[in-house]
Design a protein around this ligand. Structure first.
Ligand SMILES: Nc1ncnc2c1ncn2[C@@H]1O[C@H](COP(=O)(O)OP(=O)(O)OP(=O)(O)O)[C@@H](O)[C@H]1O
Ligand SMILES: [Mg+2]
Length: 504
């Protein structure tokens, strides 16, 4: 953290390890801190190519005799004047292959006792030899904040000839989409978005977001989900869609100023194949936030004690670093099922506990979107009021919703819907889930394709006849789930909500 770096330097810490990819920004920051000190210290920067040079001085002033790391450290020790000495990429020399470098570092910090000197080891990776572990403090250099990214965006807009700037909401969405990137990366991605689309507006948020993929990839437990699905491609679920639409600007400053709390998360329960995962994916586009899937299977790691917890912590930290973001936990019942705690030495209970604590305390704009269908397996703590902003229940589609789903999937396959009687299709697919409707349609298409002709209404009807929907084959489970969820969760479909209101 910048703050932390500033405190350490002001406290005259002798040896600081600064982990960053952004040398320029970090050097500027160090100089700014040095100048704020009551007794301003000059900053010297070393690299194995040039040796030491005072920051801001022309290259011709470089001290070529300090190219070797040992000579450079000796030079630092011998100087009488105060200073901050930044070593760029010294880590390859701090190995047993060159033991004198580590020894020189230890001599140097011992000699600093009463001197106003600090060494900053700057590198993109943290590699501290055991000999130095006790002497070094490590700091992660903060990525650019909204203000800095905003400057980068404005520069790019001006280069594109847009001097008036963007509407506030568009500006904020683009800036937030680039949070988590370095300054150079942000600049590159804004340039790329402009080059791809010929403009830089709110619509280019997805180009910016896709650039964050690699950040998340390095993590291993989180996966960056990219999707072309839009909310229009989801049939029915009117209540749920309205809820999501209402919150599309919920992570903006405007919403904070208005006095709204940051949405925490939602849980979607429901019958298999009715669009739970689908709607979660489309929310990413709707809100302009990246969708990060937390793969609980990859969190669990029995190789060493505490490894699973560390994996989860890491994943959540990564999610926070690219936030605002949606953290997608699909089929959460499989990961956090109650009762499985004893079989694995309590690991899953501990994981569940850490996750709940994190959800409770998180301040960063990470929206948790979880889905489940075996509700009876979920620990009851999850369902307690206030944990999630809302718990929705996605039921089997109503006739109107089924007709909608047929229309969507026919259109997706570029068919003229005028050729089909959607009402009749809705009727013959009673008890079908969205996924089963899609499967029946695809089956009809295969049949016709094999006969080298276009498929028709009759093919679809035949395919639905040949399908036994889950709601029939597993009718007891589905009924139990519906009964359970109707009591405790809000119906996702508008018509169901209406219907229930009429019932009471
Ligand atoms: N309401 C819907 N509108 C349009 N398509 C749907 C709908 N519901 C399901 N589908 C189709 O079925 C596919 C599978 O649905 P999805 O994976 O979202 O179901 P799910 O509720 O997550 O099921 P599961 O509980 O088995 O995970 C979707 O990708 C989509 O093509
Ligand atoms: Mg699913």
């Amino acid at each position: 953290m910048k703050e932390e770096l500033s405190i350490l330097l002001q406290a005259k810490y002798p040896l600081i390890y600064l982990v960053t990819h952004e040398e320029d920004r970090a050097e500027k920051q160090i100089v700014a801190i040095a100048q704020r000190e009551s007794q301003t210290r000059p900053v010297y920067v070393w690299s194995v190519v040039y040796g030491f040079n005072e920051y801001g001085q022309p290259r011709s002033r470089t001290n070529a005799s300090t190219i070797s790391p040992e000579a450079a450290l000796q030079w630092v020790v011998n100087r009488k004047e105060p200073g901050i000495f930044v070593f760029k990429d010294l880590h390859p020399f701090m190995t047993s292959a060159s033991p004198s470098v580590v020894r020189w570092l230890r001599e140097a910090i011992a000699s600093f006792r009463n001197e106003n000197k600090s060494i900053v080891l700057m590198a993109p990776v943290q590699e501290v030899p055991a000999e130095l572990e006790k002497d070094v403090v490590s700091v992660d250099f903060d990525l650019p904040n909204m203000e800095e990214i905003g400057q980068v965006l404005n520069q790019q807009l001006q280069k594109n000839g847009n001097f008036g700037g963007l509407p506030a909401v568009a500006q904020e969405k683009l800036v937030k989409a680039a949070l988590g990137l370095t300054r150079d990366e942000a600049e590159k991605v804004f340039r790329k978005a402009y080059a791809t689309r010929g403009c830089l507006t709110e619509a280019e948020v997805d180009v910016v977001l896709s650039e964050k993929r690699w950040l998340v990839k390095r993590n291993g437990v989180l996966e960056f989900v990219e999707t072309d699905e839009t909310i229009e491609g989801v049939g029915g679920l009117g209540e749920l869609k309205t809820w999501l639409h209402q919150r599309s600007n919920a992570f903006t400053e405007r919403a904070r100023d208005y006095g709204l709390p940051q949405p925490k998360g939602m849980l979607i329960l429901g019958v298999p194949g009715c669009g739970k995962s689908l709607i979660a994916k489309t929310t990413s586009r709707l809100w302009g936030l990246p969708l990060l899937r937390l793969d609980m299977g990859r969190v669990y790691d029995g190789s060493t004690v505490g490894k699973s917890e560390a994996n989860l912590r890491n994943a959540l930290k990564t999610a926070e670093s690219v936030s605002p973001a949606i953290l997608f936990i699909d089929e959460m019942d499989k990961a956090f099922s109650s009762g499985s705690g004893d079989s694995d030495g309590g690991t899953s209970n501990r994981i569940f506990g850490s996750f709940l604590t994190w959800m409770q305390e998180k301040k960063s704009p990470v929206f948790v979107m979880a889905t489940a269908n075996r509700v009876e397996r979920l620990p009851s703590e999850f369902l307690r009021k206030g944990r999630f902003d809302e718990i929705f229940f996605v039921d089997l589609p109503t006739p109107q919703e089924r007709s909608d789903i047929f229309r969507i999937h026919l259109q997706k396959r570029k068919r003229d819907i005028e050729r089909f009687d959607l009402e009749q299709l809705a009727k013959v697919s009673d008890g079908f889930s969205g996924a089963e409707i899609e499967q029946a349609l695809v089956a009809a298409m295969y049949d016709a394709f094999a006969q080298d002709r276009e498929f028709t209404q009759l093919d679809i009807i035949a395919a639905t006849r040949a399908t036994m929907p889950l709601s029939k084959t597993m009718s007891e489970q589905v009924t139990a789930l519906r009964d359970w969820a109707r009591q405790r969760a809000r119906p996702a479909a508008a018509s169901v909500a209406e219907y229930q209101r009429l019932e009471f």
